[in-house]
Design a protein around this ligand. Structure first.
Ligand code: FE2
Ligand code: FE2
Length: 306
C-alpha cells in the first residue's frame, strides 16, 4: 500500500502577495517513490514572462511534487522566437533537465552551432537526416534513464520526415521499462487529429504523448487503454491576455486588415505556467497518473495534490 501524506508543506508562491495562493503538498515515502517516476512537462515558453514563470515555480514544483525530471518546450523562449545558449543555462539553473523545441528552433541562429554541444536541447527527431542536434535524449534519473523524444507534426506545418515512422524506428531501439524507465514524447504539432493519432499509435509503447505548439492547454488529459498518458496540448507558459503569447493589438489587426503590420512582440503581462504532471510505474514504464498544472497569470489555477 502506498504510504503517503507523511508531511505537508505550505508554501506561498508569490511572496509579494500578488495573485498569491497557498500551495499544499504532501510527500511520498522514499520506498514508494522509488517505484515511480514523476515528470513535469511544460508547454512552449514564450518570452521573458514565460521564462520568469518557469524560473519562479520550477524549484517549488520540484520539491512539492517530488519531481524526478522537468522537461520544457523552449522554442519561443527568446522574445518569442527560438532560444539561445544563455537562456538554456537559465533554464538549467532553474532545475529544468531537458529542453524540447519545434518549428521555431532555428529562429536564433546562434543555436545552430550550439545544439551539437548540448545534448539536453532537442530539435524534432523527424527533421531531415544530417540536421544538427539530436531529436531524443536518454536522461539519467536516479540511477535509471528516461527517454525524451521530440517530434513534429506535418499537418498544416512544414513537410518533414514521417513522425510515425521515426517514432517506430526509435521504439525499435529503446524498449519501455527495459531500455528506459519511462518514455516521454513531446509531439509538437498543429492538428489535434494528428496528435491524437500519434498518441494511439504509441499507446502501450511509451509512457506519454504530450502535445505542444498550440499555446493553449487542452482538457483531454487521459490514460489510453494501453497505458499511455495523453494530452493534445500542454498550453504555453506565457501571458494569456494575448494572441498565443504575442501582443493582441497587432495580432488582431493582422486578421482584420489582412496586411503585414508591425513585428509581433511578446505580451509582457504575468505568465501562467502551463504544464502536465506525469507519474509512471517503474514496473511497466506506463502511466499511472496525468494531471494538468497551471500556476499564476490569468488562467484558473490547477495544482495536483500529492
Ligand atoms: Fe510555440
Ligand atoms: Fe511551434
Amino acid at each position: 500500500m502506498v504510504a503517503h501524506l507523511l508531511r505537508r508543506a505550505t508554501e506561498e508562491l508569490h511572496a509579494d502577495g500578488r495573485a498569491g495562493f497557498t500551495l499544499q503538498f504532501s510527500f511520498l515515502a522514499p520506498t514508494d517513490r522509488s517505484r515511480l517516476v514523476n515528470i513535469l512537462f511544460c508547454g512552449d515558453v514564450v518570452g521573458r514572462p514565460g521564462r520568469e514563470a518557469v524560473k519562479r515555480h520550477a524549484p517549488t514544483l520540484r520539491r512539492g511534487l517530488a519531481l524526478d525530471l522537468i522537461v520544457v518546450n523552449a522554442e519561443n523562449a527568446a522574445a518569442g522566437r527560438g532560444l539561445t545558449e544563455r537562456l538554456c543555462g537559465e533554464f538549467y539553473d532553474a532545475g529544468v533537465d531537458v529542453l524540447t523545441t519545434g518549428n521555431h528552433v532555428w529562429d536564433q541562429r546562434e543555436i545552430i552551432p550550439y545544439i551539437d554541444r548540448d545534448p539536453r536541447v532537442l530539435r524534432p527527431a523527424n527533421f531531415p537526416k544530417g540536421t544538427p542536434g539530436a531529436g531524443w535524449r536518454l536522461h539519467p534519473v536516479n540511477g535509471r534513464s528516461v527517454l525524451v523524444i521530440n517530434l513534429m507534426g506535418r499537418l498544416f506545418m512544414d513537410a518533414l520526415d514521417d513522425p510515425f515512422a521515426r517514432l517506430d524506428e526509435l521504439l525499435g531501439q529503446f524498449r519501455l521499462s527495459i531500455d528506459a524507465a519511462a518514455i516521454l514524447v513531446d509531439f509538437h504539432a498543429e492538428a489535434s487529429s494528428e496528435k491524437m493519432a500519434l498518441g494511439h499509435f504509441a499507446d502501450g509503447r511509451v509512457s506519454a504523448v504530450l502535445g505542444s505548439h498550440c499555446h493553449v492547454p487542452t482538457a483531454d488529459n487521459q490514460i489510453f487503454p494501453g497505458g499511455t498518458a495523453y494530452q493534445t496540448d500542454a498550453g504555453m507558459c506565457g501571458d494569456y491576455d494575448s494572441v498565443i503569447g504575442m501582443q493582441k493589438r497587432p495580432a488582431v489587426l493582422r486578421f482584420v486588415t489582412k496586411m503585414p503590420g508591425e513585428r509581433p512582440q511578446v505580451a509582457e503581462g504575468e505568465a501562467t505556467l502551463c504544464g502536465i504532471l506525469l507519474e509512471t510505474d517503474d514496473n511497466t514504464g506506463l502511466a499511472s497518473r496525468i494531471e494538468p498544472v497551471r500556476i499564476g497569470g490569468r488562467l484558473t489555477p490547477c495544482l495536483p495534490r500529492r
